[in-house]
Design a protein around this ligand. Structure first.
Ligand SMILES: O=c1[nH]c(=O)n([C@H]2C[C@H](O)[C@@H](COP(=O)(O)O)O2)cc1CO
Length: 145
């Protein structure tokens, strides 16, 4: 199984430790195509603007989205890139799990919360200590469908 993990990069790296925890768990379920998103070495400047530049990052990530079987996004820290990835994912009819920490005091965008249908597009409010359980539950339901 190929998993595409989305998390904020240029939108801010405050939640990188949570991303790391999520990616470690996701690796039990398959190949995480975007492991770099959870790297503590990656700053809010992005991937060294990559030698090939932003177009390279965009095209590579859209290819990975196409290849993925499931998209998991940590959406607490607002990020244009994550929102874009989710929109592309919906257009590709991918199975999507969005994870939001209400303890942040933020209100999740209506364009994410309002997209939830409980099946193809799932939004879960969670606390960091429960994240592994939520992922385990999501992936065990996935196997049954
Ligand atoms: O350097 C990058 N590498 C990369 O893979 N991305 C992708 C993966 C992340 O899920 C998402 C983050 O978007 P943003 O940088 O707008 O927060 O975009 C984004 C950037 C920088 O925008």
């Amino acid at each position: 199984m190929f998993v595409y993990f989305c998390g904020s990069i240029r939108g801010g790296r405050d939640d990188v430790d949570v991303y790391r925890k999520i990616v470690i768990r996701l690796k039990q379920y398959g190949t995480v195509l975007t492991e770099h998103v959870s790297s503590t070495e990656l700053t809010d400047r992005g991937e060294d603007a990559s030698e090939a530049g932003d177009r390279f990052i965009h095209d590579r990530d859209v290819d990975w989205l196409r290849q993925s079987d499931v998209i998991v996004a940590e959406v607490t820290q607002p990020s244009l890139g994550v929102g874009y990835e989710l929109g592309r994912g919906v257009a590709m009819a991918k199975k999507i799990l969005c994870l939001f920490r209400s303890s942040s005091g933020r209100t999740l965008s209506a364009m994410i919360r309002g997209a939830a249908d409980g099946e193809q597009f799932v939004v879960k409010d969670y606390s960091e200590d429960k994240v592994e359980n939520i992922l385990d539950e999501f992936f065990s339901n996935l196997k049954r469908t």
